[in-house]
Design a protein around this ligand. Structure first.
Ligand code: NG6
Ligand code: CA
Length: 511
Protein backbone atom coordinates (compact mmCIF):
# COMPACT_ATOMS: atom_id res chain seq x y z
CA UNK A 1 0.00 0.00 0.00
CA UNK A 2 2.75 2.33 1.04
CA UNK A 3 4.58 1.52 -2.21
CA UNK A 4 1.49 2.33 -4.19
CA UNK A 5 1.20 5.71 -2.45
CA UNK A 6 4.85 6.41 -3.16
CA UNK A 7 4.29 5.51 -6.81
CA UNK A 8 1.25 7.77 -7.02
CA UNK A 9 3.18 10.58 -5.39
CA UNK A 10 6.07 10.07 -7.79
CA UNK A 11 3.77 10.13 -10.81
CA UNK A 12 2.00 13.23 -9.57
CA UNK A 13 5.32 14.95 -9.03
CA UNK A 14 6.39 14.03 -12.55
CA UNK A 15 3.14 15.34 -13.94
CA UNK A 16 3.53 18.58 -12.00
CA UNK A 17 7.12 19.02 -13.24
CA UNK A 18 6.02 18.30 -16.81
CA UNK A 19 3.18 20.83 -16.57
CA UNK A 20 5.47 23.41 -15.03
CA UNK A 21 8.00 22.91 -17.79
CA UNK A 22 5.30 23.15 -20.43
CA UNK A 23 4.08 26.42 -18.96
CA UNK A 24 5.61 29.60 -20.25
CA UNK A 25 6.31 32.53 -18.04
CA UNK A 26 6.80 35.62 -20.11
CA UNK A 27 6.68 39.01 -18.46
CA UNK A 28 3.24 40.52 -18.93
CA UNK A 29 2.42 44.20 -19.29
CA UNK A 30 -1.24 45.18 -19.47
CA UNK A 31 -1.62 48.77 -20.64
CA UNK A 32 -5.16 49.89 -19.89
CA UNK A 33 -6.28 53.17 -21.43
CA UNK A 34 -9.01 55.15 -19.69
CA UNK A 35 -12.13 56.08 -21.68
CA UNK A 36 -10.54 55.22 -25.02
CA UNK A 37 -12.96 54.26 -27.77
CA UNK A 38 -12.69 51.77 -30.61
CA UNK A 39 -11.95 54.53 -33.10
CA UNK A 40 -9.44 56.47 -30.99
CA UNK A 41 -6.35 54.75 -32.42
CA UNK A 42 -5.12 55.24 -35.97
CA UNK A 43 -4.73 51.48 -36.50
CA UNK A 44 -8.47 51.27 -35.73
CA UNK A 45 -9.41 54.04 -38.15
CA UNK A 46 -8.66 57.39 -36.50
CA UNK A 47 -7.29 59.62 -39.25
CA UNK A 48 -7.23 63.14 -37.85
CA UNK A 49 -4.27 62.34 -35.59
CA UNK A 50 -1.85 59.42 -35.34
CA UNK A 51 -0.89 56.92 -32.67
CA UNK A 52 2.33 55.47 -34.13
CA UNK A 53 3.39 53.44 -31.10
CA UNK A 54 0.05 51.75 -30.50
CA UNK A 55 -0.16 51.15 -34.25
CA UNK A 56 3.24 49.49 -34.11
CA UNK A 57 2.01 47.16 -31.37
CA UNK A 58 -0.95 46.31 -33.59
CA UNK A 59 1.21 45.63 -36.63
CA UNK A 60 3.62 43.47 -34.63
CA UNK A 61 0.91 41.49 -32.84
CA UNK A 62 -2.75 40.49 -32.91
CA UNK A 63 -5.18 43.34 -33.39
CA UNK A 64 -8.66 42.35 -32.22
CA UNK A 65 -11.75 43.79 -33.82
CA UNK A 66 -14.01 42.16 -31.21
CA UNK A 67 -11.96 43.06 -28.15
CA UNK A 68 -14.01 44.20 -25.17
CA UNK A 69 -13.89 45.40 -21.63
CA UNK A 70 -16.64 43.95 -19.46
CA UNK A 71 -18.33 47.21 -18.41
CA UNK A 72 -18.70 50.70 -19.78
CA UNK A 73 -17.38 52.42 -16.66
CA UNK A 74 -14.08 52.18 -14.92
CA UNK A 75 -14.53 50.50 -11.54
CA UNK A 76 -16.53 47.46 -12.72
CA UNK A 77 -14.20 46.81 -15.66
CA UNK A 78 -11.16 47.02 -13.40
CA UNK A 79 -12.83 44.83 -10.79
CA UNK A 80 -13.50 42.16 -13.41
CA UNK A 81 -10.11 42.47 -15.05
CA UNK A 82 -8.44 41.79 -11.69
CA UNK A 83 -10.82 39.11 -10.40
CA UNK A 84 -12.24 37.43 -13.50
CA UNK A 85 -15.76 37.77 -12.09
CA UNK A 86 -18.49 39.98 -13.54
CA UNK A 87 -18.82 43.05 -11.35
CA UNK A 88 -22.62 42.82 -11.35
CA UNK A 89 -22.32 39.75 -9.14
CA UNK A 90 -20.82 41.83 -6.33
CA UNK A 91 -22.16 44.83 -4.39
CA UNK A 92 -20.44 48.23 -4.48
CA UNK A 93 -18.58 47.69 -7.71
CA UNK A 94 -20.00 50.76 -9.49
CA UNK A 95 -17.95 53.96 -10.00
CA UNK A 96 -16.05 54.38 -6.72
CA UNK A 97 -16.33 57.69 -4.81
CA UNK A 98 -13.26 59.49 -3.36
CA UNK A 99 -13.50 57.86 0.08
CA UNK A 100 -14.44 54.39 -1.16
CA UNK A 101 -13.16 51.45 0.86
CA UNK A 102 -11.27 48.73 -1.02
CA UNK A 103 -13.60 47.22 -3.61
CA UNK A 104 -11.63 43.97 -4.03
CA UNK A 105 -11.59 42.35 -0.61
CA UNK A 106 -8.47 40.62 0.72
CA UNK A 107 -8.76 36.90 0.17
CA UNK A 108 -10.16 37.39 -3.32
CA UNK A 109 -7.98 35.68 -5.91
CA UNK A 110 -6.75 38.21 -8.44
CA UNK A 111 -4.64 38.17 -11.55
CA UNK A 112 -1.72 39.34 -9.38
CA UNK A 113 -2.17 36.81 -6.57
CA UNK A 114 -2.65 33.99 -9.07
CA UNK A 115 0.50 34.89 -11.01
CA UNK A 116 2.44 35.24 -7.75
CA UNK A 117 1.87 31.51 -7.10
CA UNK A 118 4.05 30.73 -10.13
CA UNK A 119 6.82 33.14 -9.27
CA UNK A 120 5.69 36.47 -10.70
CA UNK A 121 6.44 39.83 -9.12
CA UNK A 122 3.69 42.30 -9.85
CA UNK A 123 2.99 46.01 -9.77
CA UNK A 124 0.16 48.37 -10.54
CA UNK A 125 1.23 51.84 -11.61
CA UNK A 126 -1.33 54.52 -12.45
CA UNK A 127 -5.02 54.98 -11.79
CA UNK A 128 -6.51 52.63 -9.23
CA UNK A 129 -10.15 53.69 -8.69
CA UNK A 130 -10.93 50.52 -6.74
CA UNK A 131 -11.01 52.07 -3.27
CA UNK A 132 -8.52 51.81 -0.43
CA UNK A 133 -8.89 50.85 3.21
CA UNK A 134 -11.36 48.91 5.35
CA UNK A 135 -15.11 49.48 5.70
CA UNK A 136 -14.52 52.98 7.12
CA UNK A 137 -12.66 53.97 3.98
CA UNK A 138 -9.13 55.26 3.50
CA UNK A 139 -7.02 56.53 6.41
CA UNK A 140 -5.23 59.11 4.27
CA UNK A 141 -2.73 59.99 6.98
CA UNK A 142 -2.00 56.46 8.05
CA UNK A 143 -1.80 53.08 6.41
CA UNK A 144 -3.99 52.75 3.33
CA UNK A 145 -4.86 49.13 3.92
CA UNK A 146 -6.20 47.02 2.33
CA UNK A 147 -4.95 48.14 -1.05
CA UNK A 148 -3.31 46.42 -4.01
CA UNK A 149 -0.65 44.81 -1.82
CA UNK A 150 -3.30 42.99 0.18
CA UNK A 151 -4.70 41.37 -2.97
CA UNK A 152 -1.51 40.10 -4.54
CA UNK A 153 0.49 43.04 -5.91
CA UNK A 154 4.05 43.43 -4.67
CA UNK A 155 4.28 47.10 -5.50
CA UNK A 156 1.94 49.96 -6.32
CA UNK A 157 2.31 53.60 -7.29
CA UNK A 158 -1.16 55.04 -7.61
CA UNK A 159 -3.50 57.82 -8.34
CA UNK A 160 -5.97 56.56 -5.72
CA UNK A 161 -9.29 57.32 -7.45
CA UNK A 162 -9.63 59.12 -10.75
CA UNK A 163 -8.24 62.57 -11.24
CA UNK A 164 -11.55 64.41 -11.38
CA UNK A 165 -12.05 63.15 -7.82
CA UNK A 166 -10.05 64.31 -4.83
CA UNK A 167 -7.27 64.01 -3.66
CA UNK A 168 -4.45 64.77 -6.13
CA UNK A 169 -1.75 62.77 -4.36
CA UNK A 170 0.26 59.68 -5.17
CA UNK A 171 0.01 56.57 -3.05
CA UNK A 172 3.12 54.42 -2.96
CA UNK A 173 2.44 51.04 -1.42
CA UNK A 174 0.28 51.81 1.62
CA UNK A 175 1.12 55.51 2.13
CA UNK A 176 0.49 58.90 0.59
CA UNK A 177 3.83 59.89 -0.90
CA UNK A 178 5.55 63.02 0.49
CA UNK A 179 2.84 63.66 3.07
CA UNK A 180 3.93 66.20 5.72
CA UNK A 181 2.51 65.06 9.08
CA UNK A 182 2.15 68.72 10.08
CA UNK A 183 -0.23 69.25 7.17
CA UNK A 184 -2.61 66.29 7.38
CA UNK A 185 -4.78 65.37 4.44
CA UNK A 186 -8.54 65.51 4.96
CA UNK A 187 -10.97 64.19 2.32
CA UNK A 188 -14.76 64.39 2.59
CA UNK A 189 -18.12 64.96 0.95
CA UNK A 190 -19.04 68.14 2.81
CA UNK A 191 -17.57 71.60 2.41
CA UNK A 192 -15.04 71.77 5.28
CA UNK A 193 -15.54 75.48 6.05
CA UNK A 194 -17.83 78.24 4.75
CA UNK A 195 -14.93 80.03 3.03
CA UNK A 196 -13.42 76.91 1.40
CA UNK A 197 -12.93 77.90 -2.26
CA UNK A 198 -14.89 75.77 -4.73
CA UNK A 199 -15.60 75.62 -8.43
CA UNK A 200 -18.81 77.50 -7.69
CA UNK A 201 -17.49 80.31 -5.48
CA UNK A 202 -14.23 80.77 -7.44
CA UNK A 203 -15.34 79.80 -10.91
CA UNK A 204 -13.62 82.76 -12.55
CA UNK A 205 -10.21 81.56 -11.32
CA UNK A 206 -10.42 78.13 -12.98
CA UNK A 207 -8.07 77.23 -15.82
CA UNK A 208 -10.61 74.70 -17.10
CA UNK A 209 -14.28 75.26 -16.37
CA UNK A 210 -16.63 72.47 -15.32
CA UNK A 211 -19.82 71.62 -17.19
CA UNK A 212 -21.55 69.31 -14.72
CA UNK A 213 -20.55 68.11 -11.26
CA UNK A 214 -16.84 68.65 -10.61
CA UNK A 215 -17.40 71.92 -8.79
CA UNK A 216 -16.02 71.22 -5.31
CA UNK A 217 -12.39 71.67 -4.12
CA UNK A 218 -10.02 73.42 -6.52
CA UNK A 219 -6.50 72.16 -7.12
CA UNK A 220 -4.20 73.27 -9.94
CA UNK A 221 -6.91 75.60 -11.22
CA UNK A 222 -9.37 72.72 -11.69
CA UNK A 223 -12.34 71.98 -9.45
CA UNK A 224 -13.06 68.33 -8.63
CA UNK A 225 -15.61 65.89 -7.24
CA UNK A 226 -15.32 65.98 -3.43
CA UNK A 227 -13.52 68.16 -0.93
CA UNK A 228 -10.06 68.08 0.58
CA UNK A 229 -7.69 70.13 2.64
CA UNK A 230 -4.05 69.74 3.63
CA UNK A 231 -1.44 67.42 2.16
CA UNK A 232 -0.02 70.29 0.10
CA UNK A 233 3.51 68.89 -0.18
CA UNK A 234 2.07 65.65 -1.53
CA UNK A 235 -0.05 67.17 -4.30
CA UNK A 236 0.89 66.69 -7.94
CA UNK A 237 0.22 68.62 -11.11
CA UNK A 238 -2.20 66.99 -13.55
CA UNK A 239 0.24 67.80 -16.35
CA UNK A 240 2.88 65.48 -14.87
CA UNK A 241 0.89 62.27 -14.40
CA UNK A 242 1.86 60.52 -17.64
CA UNK A 243 5.56 61.28 -17.15
CA UNK A 244 5.37 59.94 -13.61
CA UNK A 245 3.73 56.66 -14.69
CA UNK A 246 6.44 56.15 -17.29
CA UNK A 247 9.25 57.00 -14.89
CA UNK A 248 7.94 54.70 -12.15
CA UNK A 249 7.24 51.90 -14.62
CA UNK A 250 10.67 52.09 -16.19
CA UNK A 251 12.30 51.93 -12.77
CA UNK A 252 10.19 48.99 -11.72
CA UNK A 253 10.72 47.09 -14.97
CA UNK A 254 14.45 47.65 -14.69
CA UNK A 255 14.48 46.34 -11.11
CA UNK A 256 12.49 43.28 -12.16
CA UNK A 257 13.94 42.70 -15.60
CA UNK A 258 15.07 39.18 -14.73
CA UNK A 259 11.38 38.38 -14.41
CA UNK A 260 8.91 37.02 -14.62
CA UNK A 261 6.96 40.19 -13.88
CA UNK A 262 3.41 41.41 -14.31
CA UNK A 263 2.87 45.15 -14.71
CA UNK A 264 -0.57 46.72 -14.81
CA UNK A 265 0.07 50.09 -16.41
CA UNK A 266 -3.14 51.95 -15.63
CA UNK A 267 -3.00 55.14 -17.64
CA UNK A 268 -5.19 58.06 -16.61
CA UNK A 269 -5.31 59.30 -20.19
CA UNK A 270 -7.80 60.16 -21.61
CA UNK A 271 -10.07 60.54 -18.59
CA UNK A 272 -11.20 64.00 -17.49
CA UNK A 273 -9.83 66.42 -16.53
CA UNK A 274 -7.81 66.08 -19.72
CA UNK A 275 -4.71 68.12 -18.97
CA UNK A 276 -1.84 66.65 -20.96
CA UNK A 277 1.70 67.83 -20.33
CA UNK A 278 2.49 71.23 -21.88
CA UNK A 279 4.55 69.54 -24.60
CA UNK A 280 1.47 67.65 -25.80
CA UNK A 281 -0.99 70.53 -25.53
CA UNK A 282 -2.05 71.47 -29.05
CA UNK A 283 -0.30 68.63 -30.89
CA UNK A 284 -3.61 67.66 -32.54
CA UNK A 285 -6.33 69.83 -34.03
CA UNK A 286 -8.93 68.17 -31.80
CA UNK A 287 -8.02 69.68 -28.45
CA UNK A 288 -6.93 68.13 -25.17
CA UNK A 289 -8.88 64.89 -25.58
CA UNK A 290 -6.89 63.84 -28.66
CA UNK A 291 -3.72 65.46 -27.27
CA UNK A 292 -4.11 63.08 -24.32
CA UNK A 293 -4.35 60.15 -26.73
CA UNK A 294 -1.05 61.21 -28.30
CA UNK A 295 0.41 61.48 -24.79
CA UNK A 296 -0.76 57.93 -24.01
CA UNK A 297 0.73 56.77 -27.30
CA UNK A 298 4.03 58.33 -26.23
CA UNK A 299 3.84 56.38 -22.94
CA UNK A 300 3.37 53.15 -24.90
CA UNK A 301 6.42 54.04 -27.00
CA UNK A 302 8.51 54.72 -23.90
CA UNK A 303 7.60 51.38 -22.34
CA UNK A 304 8.41 49.52 -25.57
CA UNK A 305 11.75 51.31 -25.80
CA UNK A 306 12.52 50.15 -22.26
CA UNK A 307 11.79 46.53 -23.23
CA UNK A 308 14.08 46.90 -26.26
CA UNK A 309 16.82 48.58 -24.25
CA UNK A 310 16.75 45.79 -21.66
CA UNK A 311 16.58 43.14 -24.38
CA UNK A 312 13.36 41.64 -23.01
CA UNK A 313 10.84 42.42 -25.77
CA UNK A 314 10.86 38.76 -26.82
CA UNK A 315 10.20 37.67 -23.27
CA UNK A 316 7.29 40.04 -22.72
CA UNK A 317 3.65 39.73 -23.66
CA UNK A 318 2.15 43.21 -24.03
CA UNK A 319 -1.62 43.66 -23.93
CA UNK A 320 -3.21 46.97 -24.82
CA UNK A 321 -6.87 47.61 -23.91
CA UNK A 322 -9.27 50.21 -22.50
CA UNK A 323 -11.56 50.32 -19.45
CA UNK A 324 -14.64 51.65 -21.25
CA UNK A 325 -15.69 53.43 -24.42
CA UNK A 326 -15.35 57.10 -25.25
CA UNK A 327 -17.10 60.16 -23.82
CA UNK A 328 -16.86 63.74 -24.97
CA UNK A 329 -18.25 66.04 -22.27
CA UNK A 330 -17.63 64.16 -19.04
CA UNK A 331 -17.91 67.19 -16.78
CA UNK A 332 -15.38 69.74 -18.03
CA UNK A 333 -15.45 72.36 -20.77
CA UNK A 334 -12.47 70.99 -22.68
CA UNK A 335 -14.15 71.41 -26.09
CA UNK A 336 -13.86 67.68 -26.89
CA UNK A 337 -17.22 67.72 -28.62
CA UNK A 338 -16.81 71.10 -30.28
CA UNK A 339 -13.44 70.08 -31.78
CA UNK A 340 -14.49 66.59 -32.79
CA UNK A 341 -14.90 67.25 -36.51
CA UNK A 342 -15.06 63.97 -38.43
CA UNK A 343 -13.35 61.92 -35.71
CA UNK A 344 -15.51 58.96 -34.61
CA UNK A 345 -14.26 57.96 -31.18
CA UNK A 346 -16.37 54.80 -31.05
CA UNK A 347 -15.54 53.89 -34.66
CA UNK A 348 -18.58 52.47 -36.43
CA UNK A 349 -20.42 51.78 -33.17
CA UNK A 350 -23.14 53.56 -31.25
CA UNK A 351 -22.86 54.79 -27.68
CA UNK A 352 -19.79 55.05 -25.50
CA UNK A 353 -18.97 55.29 -21.83
CA UNK A 354 -21.99 54.38 -19.59
CA UNK A 355 -23.62 52.56 -22.48
CA UNK A 356 -24.50 48.96 -23.30
CA UNK A 357 -24.34 49.71 -27.01
CA UNK A 358 -21.19 48.34 -28.61
CA UNK A 359 -19.43 51.69 -28.28
CA UNK A 360 -19.50 51.29 -24.50
CA UNK A 361 -17.31 48.21 -24.30
CA UNK A 362 -15.86 47.35 -27.71
CA UNK A 363 -12.45 48.99 -27.66
CA UNK A 364 -8.94 48.69 -29.08
CA UNK A 365 -7.45 45.38 -27.91
CA UNK A 366 -3.97 44.32 -28.97
CA UNK A 367 -1.59 41.55 -27.92
CA UNK A 368 2.08 41.59 -28.86
CA UNK A 369 4.80 39.13 -27.99
CA UNK A 370 7.72 39.54 -30.36
CA UNK A 371 8.85 36.29 -31.91
CA UNK A 372 5.84 34.45 -30.49
CA UNK A 373 2.64 36.02 -31.77
CA UNK A 374 2.27 36.01 -35.52
CA UNK A 375 1.06 39.46 -36.59
CA UNK A 376 -2.52 39.60 -37.81
CA UNK A 377 -6.04 40.85 -37.32
CA UNK A 378 -8.51 38.71 -35.41
CA UNK A 379 -12.28 39.02 -35.19
CA UNK A 380 -12.52 36.46 -32.38
CA UNK A 381 -14.33 37.77 -29.32
CA UNK A 382 -12.06 38.43 -26.30
CA UNK A 383 -12.54 40.49 -23.15
CA UNK A 384 -10.41 41.97 -20.40
CA UNK A 385 -12.26 39.64 -17.99
CA UNK A 386 -10.57 36.67 -19.70
CA UNK A 387 -7.03 37.72 -18.89
CA UNK A 388 -7.06 36.03 -15.47
CA UNK A 389 -7.88 32.55 -16.78
CA UNK A 390 -5.80 32.99 -19.93
CA UNK A 391 -2.66 34.09 -18.12
CA UNK A 392 -3.14 31.37 -15.51
CA UNK A 393 -3.33 28.79 -18.30
CA UNK A 394 -0.25 30.21 -20.00
CA UNK A 395 1.88 30.19 -16.87
CA UNK A 396 0.58 26.98 -15.32
CA UNK A 397 -1.02 28.77 -12.36
CA UNK A 398 -4.09 27.32 -10.67
CA UNK A 399 -7.34 29.15 -10.04
CA UNK A 400 -9.68 27.92 -7.31
CA UNK A 401 -12.99 26.66 -8.54
CA UNK A 402 -14.83 29.42 -6.68
CA UNK A 403 -12.70 32.25 -8.12
CA UNK A 404 -12.65 34.03 -11.50
CA UNK A 405 -16.23 32.93 -12.08
CA UNK A 406 -16.60 34.40 -15.55
CA UNK A 407 -13.07 34.31 -16.95
CA UNK A 408 -12.41 32.09 -19.98
CA UNK A 409 -9.09 30.67 -20.99
CA UNK A 410 -8.55 32.24 -24.41
CA UNK A 411 -4.78 32.11 -24.40
CA UNK A 412 -4.55 30.48 -27.84
CA UNK A 413 -6.68 33.25 -29.32
CA UNK A 414 -4.68 35.95 -27.54
CA UNK A 415 -1.47 34.42 -28.90
CA UNK A 416 -2.92 34.36 -32.41
CA UNK A 417 -2.85 30.58 -32.86
CA UNK A 418 -4.66 29.64 -36.05
CA UNK A 419 -8.02 28.00 -35.59
CA UNK A 420 -8.34 29.08 -31.96
CA UNK A 421 -11.82 30.24 -31.03
CA UNK A 422 -12.79 33.20 -28.88
CA UNK A 423 -15.83 33.60 -26.68
CA UNK A 424 -19.19 32.43 -27.98
CA UNK A 425 -20.94 34.93 -25.71
CA UNK A 426 -20.11 37.96 -23.59
CA UNK A 427 -22.14 40.01 -21.12
CA UNK A 428 -21.62 43.75 -21.27
CA UNK A 429 -22.72 45.81 -18.28
CA UNK A 430 -22.92 49.55 -17.87
CA UNK A 431 -22.07 50.50 -14.30
CA UNK A 432 -22.87 48.90 -10.96
CA UNK A 433 -25.09 46.02 -9.95
CA UNK A 434 -28.69 46.07 -11.12
CA UNK A 435 -28.24 48.19 -14.19
CA UNK A 436 -28.46 47.46 -17.87
CA UNK A 437 -26.85 44.62 -19.79
CA UNK A 438 -25.84 43.66 -23.27
CA UNK A 439 -25.32 40.09 -24.40
CA UNK A 440 -23.41 39.39 -27.57
CA UNK A 441 -23.70 35.89 -28.99
CA UNK A 442 -22.04 35.61 -32.41
CA UNK A 443 -23.61 38.20 -34.64
CA UNK A 444 -26.54 38.75 -32.29
CA UNK A 445 -26.70 41.45 -29.69
CA UNK A 446 -29.36 41.59 -27.00
CA UNK A 447 -29.86 44.71 -24.91
CA UNK A 448 -31.64 44.47 -21.59
CA UNK A 449 -32.65 47.78 -20.05
CA UNK A 450 -33.52 47.00 -16.47
CA UNK A 451 -36.49 48.19 -14.53
CA UNK A 452 -34.55 49.22 -11.47
CA UNK A 453 -31.64 51.17 -12.84
CA UNK A 454 -29.56 52.50 -9.94
CA UNK A 455 -29.74 56.19 -9.21
CA UNK A 456 -26.74 58.46 -9.83
CA UNK A 457 -25.83 56.57 -12.96
CA UNK A 458 -26.10 58.38 -16.23
CA UNK A 459 -29.18 56.88 -17.83
CA UNK A 460 -28.58 56.56 -21.51
CA UNK A 461 -32.02 55.98 -22.93
CA UNK A 462 -35.63 56.41 -22.04
CA UNK A 463 -35.76 52.63 -21.87
CA UNK A 464 -34.20 52.54 -18.42
CA UNK A 465 -36.20 53.01 -15.23
CA UNK A 466 -39.30 51.45 -16.67
CA UNK A 467 -41.64 49.16 -14.74
CA UNK A 468 -40.53 46.03 -16.56
CA UNK A 469 -37.26 45.14 -18.28
CA UNK A 470 -37.10 46.32 -21.87
CA UNK A 471 -35.30 44.31 -24.53
CA UNK A 472 -33.85 45.07 -27.93
CA UNK A 473 -32.20 42.72 -30.42
CA UNK A 474 -29.76 43.59 -33.18
CA UNK A 475 -27.88 41.76 -35.92
CA UNK A 476 -24.39 43.26 -35.62
CA UNK A 477 -23.27 41.78 -38.95
CA UNK A 478 -25.77 43.99 -40.78
CA UNK A 479 -26.42 46.63 -38.17
CA UNK A 480 -23.29 47.50 -36.17
CA UNK A 481 -24.94 50.73 -35.07
CA UNK A 482 -27.75 48.84 -33.27
CA UNK A 483 -30.51 50.82 -34.90
CA UNK A 484 -32.85 48.22 -36.31
CA UNK A 485 -34.57 46.41 -33.42
CA UNK A 486 -35.43 42.81 -34.32
CA UNK A 487 -36.73 41.73 -30.92
CA UNK A 488 -40.26 41.20 -32.17
CA UNK A 489 -39.26 40.07 -35.67
CA UNK A 490 -36.93 37.30 -34.48
CA UNK A 491 -38.82 35.91 -31.47
CA UNK A 492 -36.94 32.59 -31.23
CA UNK A 493 -33.52 34.19 -31.09
CA UNK A 494 -34.85 36.92 -28.84
CA UNK A 495 -36.19 34.33 -26.42
CA UNK A 496 -33.01 32.26 -26.50
CA UNK A 497 -30.78 35.22 -25.71
CA UNK A 498 -33.14 36.62 -23.08
CA UNK A 499 -33.11 33.29 -21.25
CA UNK A 500 -29.34 32.88 -21.69
CA UNK A 501 -28.68 36.31 -20.19
CA UNK A 502 -31.00 35.67 -17.26
CA UNK A 503 -29.29 32.33 -16.63
CA UNK A 504 -25.82 33.87 -16.67
CA UNK A 505 -26.94 36.54 -14.21
CA UNK A 506 -28.90 34.21 -11.94
CA UNK A 507 -26.58 31.21 -11.91
CA UNK A 508 -23.82 33.19 -10.22
CA UNK A 509 -21.11 32.09 -12.62
CA UNK A 510 -20.44 31.43 -16.28
CA UNK A 511 -17.07 29.63 -16.16
C1 NG6 B 1 -19.19 60.17 -13.19
C2 NG6 B 1 -18.61 61.56 -13.40
C3 NG6 B 1 -17.65 61.50 -14.57
C4 NG6 B 1 -16.61 60.43 -14.35
C5 NG6 B 1 -17.26 59.10 -14.07
C6 NG6 B 1 -16.28 58.02 -13.72
C7 NG6 B 1 -20.13 63.45 -12.84
C8 NG6 B 1 -21.25 64.30 -13.28
N1 NG6 B 1 -19.69 62.52 -13.69
O1 NG6 B 1 -20.01 60.17 -12.08
O2 NG6 B 1 -17.03 62.73 -14.75
O3 NG6 B 1 -15.78 60.76 -13.27
O4 NG6 B 1 -18.15 59.23 -12.97
O5 NG6 B 1 -15.51 57.68 -14.81
O6 NG6 B 1 -19.64 63.62 -11.74
S1 NG6 B 1 -14.75 56.32 -14.83
O7 NG6 B 1 -14.15 56.20 -16.14
O8 NG6 B 1 -13.73 56.40 -13.80
O9 NG6 B 1 -15.72 55.28 -14.59
CA1 CA C 1 -12.81 54.91 -17.57
Amino acid sequence: MRNLDALKYGLLTLLFVALTLAAEKPNVIVIMADDMGYGDVSAYGADTFRTPYIDQLASEGQMFTSGYCSASTCTPTRYSFLTGTYAFRRPNTGIAPPNSPAVVKPGTETIASILSTVGYKSAVIGKWHLGLGGPEGPDWNGELKPGPREIGFDYNFLLPTTNDRVPQVYVENNRVLNLDPNDPLWVGNEKPSPDHPTGITHRDTLKMDWSHGHNSTIHNGISRIGFYTGGHAARFRDEDLADEWVKQSNNWIEENKDGPFFLFFASHDLHVPRIPHERFQGVTSLGYRADSIVQLDWCVGELMKTLDRLGIAEETLVIFCSDNGPVMDDGYEDLALENLGKHRAAGPYTGGKYSIYEGGTRTPFITRWKGKIKPGVSDEMVSTIDLVASLAALTGAKISDDAALDSYNLIDVLLGKSGAEGRDHLVQQDNGRGNNYGLRVGKWKLQRHDSKTARNVVVETKLANTKVNQYRLYDLSKDPEEKNDLYKKRPKIAKRLTVQLAEIIDSGRSR
